[in-house]
Design a protein around this ligand. Structure first.
Ligand SMILES: [Zn+2]
Length: 355
């Protein structure tokens, strides 16, 4: 199994988690590989930072004495010279550099490229450089966010600050901009959270007939967007469930789970994003630790009738195929008490809410 979307912190955020800890938890969760996001501190936007990250990760894996694949995304800014450096790093260091990441809207780490003209510039630059790999995009349109709606006393208000429409509009923008630029890679919509976004992607070719034949679109679903709903944020410790994109109201999580079962979603990704309890409750940080819950989610899918072949596709083979990376599938069994490794376990609620 591979988790193609994790944030393992370390470096200047070692208080949240270290590579050694995150990779150890991933291994014990039964994973054969993880792909790490670039909004580290400092961020993975230069060749030097990427090489240093690979070195830190290798040291961690060696010290643990385990076998797990660590890949990472190079982060994109709206500066063409930096984009060129990221693409060169991908060409040179693939498969350790698995692809590129763009934050089309601000999230943790201030890597947001909110302006549509700048997003268009990114796609044009990637097309001109002949980039054919995966571009993972955080899709939430800043123009449709409503920061004023946030009230820490009512954590579920987070859902109104980043409404479903912000995701749907951003997905629409990305497909349009990628097609207009003749982008020839894979446009991957990270942690998709609404059925409307999924349906928009699936109708991509009908809606964008000018899309070049090389353009591919994929999307990934997190366990939290499939199992947890916004109302849980009104319970005790609701701030711990603050995440971007936000948990959605019922019945959206169940509809996302149905789309996963129907084959409309390409793979499962946890968006594992640990913080300290203080970061969550005093600074209202967004992100929840997903890795410890991964084996429970897979077990739930299996026990509720998902075929083994489908599970292997969603947790491993679709990912290898799309990224063009061969990672051996060990089929190791997972330890399930991993949540104890973290300061809080948002998914005990999921266990109650699970169908
Ligand atoms: Zn993420």
């Amino acid at each position: 199994m591979i988790d193609p979307h994790v944030h393992l912190r370390d470096w200047d955020q070692a208080a949240k988690e270290t590579l050694r800890h995150g990779l150890g938890v991933a291994y014990r969760a039964g994973l054969d590989g993880v792909f790490e996001m670039p909004n580290t501190d400092p961020p993975l936007t230069s060749r030097d930072a990427i090489l240093r990250r690979i070195d830190t990760a290798d040291t961690a894996v060696n010290s643990l004495g385990i076998r797990i694949f660590h890949g990472l995304y190079a982060g994109l800014t709206a500066v063409p010279r930096q984009i060129e450096e990221a693409v060169r790093a991908w060409k040179e260091l693939f498969p350790r550099v698995v692809g590129l990441k763009m934050f089309a809207g601000q999230s943790t780490g201030n890597m947001g490229i909110g302006d549509a003209d700048l997003q268009a510039l990114v796609y044009r630059t990637l097309a001109a450089l002949g980039y054919t790999g995966v571009l993972a995009v955080h899709c939430e349109k800043e123009a449709l966010m409503k920061a004023d709606a946030w009230d820490p006393a009512q954590p579920a208000s987070h859902g109104r600050t980043r409404p479903p429409a912000a995701e749907v509009a951003s997905v629409d923008d990305q497909m349009r901009l990628a097609a207009a630029a003749s982008f020839h890679g894979t446009l991957h919509v990270c942690h998709i959270s609404t059925p409307w976004s999924v349906d928009l992607l699936r109708n991509a070719h009908a809606r964008a007939p000018q899309a070049p034949p090389g353009l591919r679109v994929t999307c990934g679903l997190t366990p939290h967007h499939a199992l947890l709903d916004a109302a849980l944020m009104e319970e005790e410790d609701g701030l711990l469930l603050k995440v971007n994109p936000p948990l959605r109201p019922k019945p959206l999580p169940a509809l996302m789970l149905r789309r996963l079962r129907d084959g409309a979603i390409d793979w499962i990704e946890t968006d594992h994003a640990p913080h300290t309890r203080r970061d969550k409750t005093e600074d209202f940080a967004s992100g929840i630790p997903g890795l410890p819950f991964y084996p429970r989610f897979v077990r739930m899918l299996r026990e509720t009738g998902m075929k083994e072949e489908t599970l292997v596709g969603l947790t491993h083979e679709s990912i290898c195929r799309r990224f063009g990376i061969a990672i051996a599938r060990s089929g190791r069994s997972a330890e399930e008490a991993l949540a104890d490794e973290y300061e809080f376990d948002p998914f005990t609620r999921a266990a109650r809410a699970a169908p």
